[in-house]
Design a protein around this ligand. Structure first.
Ligand code: KG4
Ligand code: ZN
Length: 504
């Protein structure tokens, strides 16, 4: 879709007013610029899409003595992060230069990181604060630029902001440095699995203790590796980061707070924005990062040790949870079946390996809720059926074929997930489908979903294996989009699995 930029004409008044009303629900604010549009000494540009819909505008006033003032640059929320703000700004600055303005000033909300960065990228700098400018005690940052001297730098977004992301929601302490949402400069994961294995599952107290021990070293290692990737003389310096992102929900509370407290302290120390991220959004963005063809409307199946849910993302950053497990998560079921068979933790990879040698049709385990007509899952009945089967066979003195049992259990899990995923894709009209979470590493599940969904003309994405289990790269990838939108999320750790993606 092409976007056209052109000077404002009086025919655009209605389009600007409509966009303002959408951007500023407060009628007082919405009408604020109306009188400015046709005043003399003003320079306005508008941006419109193929269909002639106005999707952005920007304006400046020529003042006395070679001074000019940028009044506003606004872009429709759906079109942000595409460089449109920068194009409008360039058009305005170009026109102001032609009109022989020497200097330009503007006010901006200091917490509007995306806007401040946009102006900085055009060579403007912050020179002070205007107290209470926006009312209710909200200050404005004053920015200034010399129009004849300022040589615009490349747009920060395309060069790429540097985000350090931290993930500590479960049993992996992870840190990653990402540039521009696409370039992974460092990706460090310290797994605690060995410490939990002897207990047959994650022990929350051990998890938080291990996060506390590991986090400083893991972040330092990520900054070192990012320094190498950038060809620096040493580690990347914290002050050169543009933002810190951290998983704040959902997960184990004692584990989350370690990452959140560390990230908060760091962000405060270096004066950079802090983005509080949702872990499940991270699992979806592992796909967005790894596969540029993934786009909304999409359906994601998130399957891990803690979650089994089908999520609909109709547009970037908007989520509707279609259904979740009513009891055990898929990974949990794998882990429990492994435990009953006397195998070690985590059971998922072991059961998956055993299943490769077994016959998936050997034992007819229940496919719970396969035809329930909704998107809810239930896995505890399957787990009980497996346990009952084992007990029954042992009592009868029969040898159990672990490969057949593993393959039959796995097939029961896969059949239900594929059936629900296919239905979700059809019902939502999704163009992409993606898989996420630790169980997404399961080859049989990946293949079954791909061969069921691809023929429907839907793009299927399964993340590379290192992005399936918990990591910080996926958190950084999700943070990129929130950063571009200038969002700062709530900052406290939130253990509830029920922080719905839907509310993001
Ligand atoms: O996403 P993740 O690393 O941590 C959570 O957020 O839970 O997922 C871990 C889960 C464990 O239950 C593990 O058994 C399972 O993912 N898992 C697998 C496989 N690899 C890991 N399950 C089935 N097949 C696999 N290949
Ligand atoms: Zn996870």
């Amino acid at each position: 879709m092409t976007v056209t930029l052109r000077p404002f004409t009086s025919d655009d008044i209605r389009g600007v007013a409509a966009l303002e009303a959408a951007l500023f629900p407060d009628p007082w604010t919405a009408g604020m610029f109306a009188g400015e549009l046709e005043a003399t000494g003003r320079v306005w540009f508008v941006a419109e899409d193929d269909a002639g819909v106005l999707i952005g505008y920007g304006g400046a006033a020529i003042l006395a003595d070679g001074d000019a003032h940028i009044m506003n640059i606004a872009v429709s929320p759906a079109r942000r992060g595409q460089g449109l703000g920068r194009r409008l700004l360039d058009a305005l600055l170009g026109r102001l230069r032609e009109l022989e303005a020497q200097r330009v000033t503007l006010e901006v909300r200091p917490d509007n990181v995306a806007a401040v960065r946009l102006y900085e990228s055009a060579g403007l700098e912050s020179v002070g604060v205007r107290p209470g400018y926006y009312g209710r005690g909200q200050d404005a940052a004053i920015m200034w630029g010399d129009l004849q001297e300022a040589t615009p730098r490349p747009l920060a977004d395309s060069a790429g902001e540097l985000i350090l992301a931290i993930e500590s929601s479960c049993d992996e302490t992870a840190a990653a440095v990402m540039r521009g949402g696409r370039e992974l400069l460092a990706d460090v994961v310290a797994s605690q699995i060995d410490f939990h294995a002897r207990f047959g599952g994650v022990v929350p107290e051990i998890a938080s203790r291990k996060h506390t021990e590991a986090i400083v070293g893991v972040v330092d290692e990520a900054m070192e590796r990012a320094g190498v990737a950038l060809g620096l003389d040493g580690a990347l310096a914290f002050r050169d980061l543009d933002a810190i992102a951290v998983t704040r929900a959902p997960g184990l509370i004692g584990a989350l707070v370690v990452g959140v407290a560390y990230a908060k302290g760091l962000a405060m120390a270096i004066g950079k924005p802090l983005l509080g991220m949702n872990h499940l959004e991270g699992h979806i963005f592992a796909n967005v990062f790894a596969d540029p063809e993934v786009k909304p409307p999409l359906v994601a199946l998130l399957v891990s040790g803690g979650h089994t849910s089908l999520v609909h993302m109709p547009e970037w950053g908007v989520y509707h949870t279609l259904g979740e497990t009513l009891d055990d998560a898929a990974g949990e079921a794998y882990d429990k079946v492994a435990k009953v068979l006397g195998l070690s933790y985590p059971g998922g990879p072991i059961i998956a390996k055993l299943a490769e040698e077994g016959d998936p049709a050997a034992i007819d385990f229940p496919r719970a809720m396969m035809r329930s007509g909704d998107y809810a899952f239930s896995l505890s009945g399957l787990k009980t059926a497996v346990i009952t089967y084992i007990r029954h066979e042992r009592e009868a003195g029969r040898e159990i074929s672990a490969p057949d049992l593993a393959a039959s259990f796995q097939q029961a899990v896969i059949d239900v997930q594929v059936a629900k995923a296919v239905r979700a894709v059809g019902e939502t009209g999704a163009v992409s489908f993606c898989l996420g979470g630790g169980v997404a590493a399961n080859r049989a599940l990946r293949e079954a979903l791909t061969s069921a969904i691809e023929p429907l003309g839907v793009h299927v994405s399964v993340p590379p294996l290192h992005l399936c289990t918990d990591n910080a790269a996926m958190i950084a990838a999700a943070a990129h989009y929130r950063y571009l939108r200038g969002e700062h999320l709530a900052l406290d750790a939130e253990p509830s699995a029920r922080e719905p993606l839907d509310t993001l």
